[in-house]
Design a protein around this ligand. Structure first.
Ligand code: FE2
Length: 365
C-alpha cells in the first residue's frame, strides 16, 4: 500500500527575491514578462524596514523585496549573492503540521509557526531552511481573503501590459556545491517526503568542456519539482561552477514557467526585449529525426530557437533566457509540455554548447 504523504503540497504559493530595487525589478517583470501588479508593502503600509512589490500571472506570483536601511539581513543577502531567490513558498493545508513533520525529520526551522490575523482573515505561515540561504515557507491561506499576505495592500498601478500566457511554475532548479547533490536529494526525500524522478550523470550531460550531475526530486502529487544540480569535472569551468562562483554559494538557478502556446509566448517575450540563449542552426538539421512527428511547424520553432525533446510519454518544447541580472546566476525557462514529463535531456548537449558560447564571451569558461 502507498504510504500517506506526510507533507501534502498544493503548489508554489510565491517566490520571493531579494533585490536592490524592488520597484524597478517588479516593473521589469511587468514590461518584459507580462506580470500584473498585485500587492505592495513599504513605508505607506507601516513597514519601515523593507519594501516589497508583488506581481502575478495566472498561478505564478513573484515578490521583490529591498531593504530601506543599511546593515539588514536582506541587504547582506544582496551584497553576497546579488539579486536572487530567498523564499520558495509552498501551499499547505496546515502550516504547523508541515513544520513539525519536517523538523522532526531533520529540517532546520527558520520561521516559527505563526497565525497572522487582519481584517481579511487568518493566514498561517512557518518555514525551514533549504540549500544555501534559500528557505521554504509553508503557507496556509485557506482562511485568508486579503490581496497577498497580512501587511500588504493592493498595488494600484496604471501600468498593466498584456500577459504573455505564463501559467504556473513547472519546476525550480537548485545549484548546490561539489558532492552536495546527494545530500540535498536526500534532504528532499527524507525531510519532505519527495521521491526521485530521474537522475543524470556526467555521461548524460557533458560537452567537451562542461559537465554536471542532476537529480530531479518531486513531491507526491507532482506539483512541486526540484531538480538539484551539482558541478562535475570538465576540461573547463562548468556553468554550475560559474553560478556557484558568482552567487557565492548554492541557490536557485532557474525557474521554469509553463505556457500552453510557446510560439505565441516566446514571440511576445522577444518583442518585449527578453533575451534567450542562442541555439546553433545546425540543431534544427537533425532534431526531427530525434523527436519524430510534432504538432507544430518546425519553421517558427527554428525562427524562435525553441528546443524540442521527446520521452516515452510525449514531447516538450522549451527555451532558456540569458541570466536576468548582472551576475550570471538566475535565468528562466519557458516550457510547453505535450505529454512529456521529463526535462529535455536530449537538448542538454546542444544547450550547453550554447551556454559555453556565452561563457566564452564573458571570459568565464
Ligand atoms: Fe529546467
Amino acid at each position: 500500500m502507498k504510504k500517506k504523504d506526510f507533507l501534502p503540497l498544493h503548489g508554489t504559493d510565491y517566490i520571493e527575491y531579494y533585490v536592490s530595487n524592488s520597484l524597478q525589478a517588479a516593473r521589469f517583470y511587468q514590461s518584459s514578462f507580462g506580470f500584473q501588479p498585485l500587492a505592495y508593502s513599504g513605508l505607506s503600509t507601516g513597514n519601515d524596514k523593507s519594501q516589497s512589490y508583488v506581481v502575478q500571472q495566472d498561478k505564478i506570483r513573484l515578490v521583490f523585496t529591498s531593504p530601506l536601511h543599511s546593515g539588514s539581513e536582506i541587504g547582506k543577502h544582496i551584497d553576497k549573492h546579488g539579486d536572487g531567490v530567498k523564499v520558495i513558498a509552498l501551499l499547505v493545508e496546515d502550516s504547523k503540521k508541515a513544520l513539525n513533520e519536517t523538523v522532526s525529520r531533520g529540517a532546520e526551522c527558520i520561521r516559527d509557526y505563526t497565525s497572522v490575523e487582519d481584517e481579511y482573515g487568518i493566514l498561517e505561515i512557518s518555514g525551514i531552511k533549504s540549500y544555501g540561504e534559500t528557505v521554504h515557507y509553508f503557507i496556509n491561506r485557506s482562511g485568508y481573503n486579503g490581496v497577498f499576505l497580512p501587511g500588504y495592500q493592493k498595488w494600484e498601478s496604471t501600468y498593466t501590459p498584456e500577459e504573455v500566457g505564463l501559467k504556473f511554475v513547472d519546476h525550480m532548479v537548485g545549484n548546490v556545491g561539489w558532492n552536495e547533490m546527494n545530500i540535498w536529494a536526500k534532504f528532499y526525500s527524507k525531510v519532505m517526503g519527495f521521491s526521485q524522478l530521474v537522475s543524470f550523470d556526467d555521461k548524460d550531460i557533458s560537452t567537451d568542456y562542461t559537465a554536471l550531475m542532476s537529480k530531479v526530486m518531486s513531491n507526491d502529487n507532482g506539483r512541486i519539482k526540484f531538480p538539484i544540480n551539482e558541478p562535475a569535472e570538465g576540461k573547463k569551468s562548468s556553468q554550475i561552477e560559474e553560478y556557484l562562483n558568482f552567487y557565492e554559494g548554492p541557490g536557485v538557478q532557474h525557474i521554469a514557467m509553463a505556457t500552453e502556446n510557446i510560439i505565441e509566448t516566446v514571440t511576445q517575450l522577444k518583442n518585449r526585449g527578453v533575451e534567450f540563449l542562442h541555439v546553433p542552426n545546425e540543431y534544427y538539421d537533425t532534431v526531427m529525426e530525434r523527436v519524430g512527428e510534432i504538432d507544430e511547424d518546425l519553421e517558427p520553432l527554428k525562427e524562435l530557437k525553441i528546443l524540442i525533446d521527446r520521452d516515452d510519454e510525449g514531447y516538450l518544447l522549451q527555451i532558456f533566457t540569458k541570466p536576468v541580472g548582472p551576475r550570471p546566476t538566475v535565468f528562466y525557462e519557458i516550457i510547453q509540455r505535450k505529454g512529456a514529463k521529463s526535462f529535455g535531456k536530449g537538448n542538454f548537449k546542444a544547450l550547453f554548447e550554447a551556454i559555453e558560447l556565452e561563457q566564452a564571451k564573458r571570459g568565464t569558461l
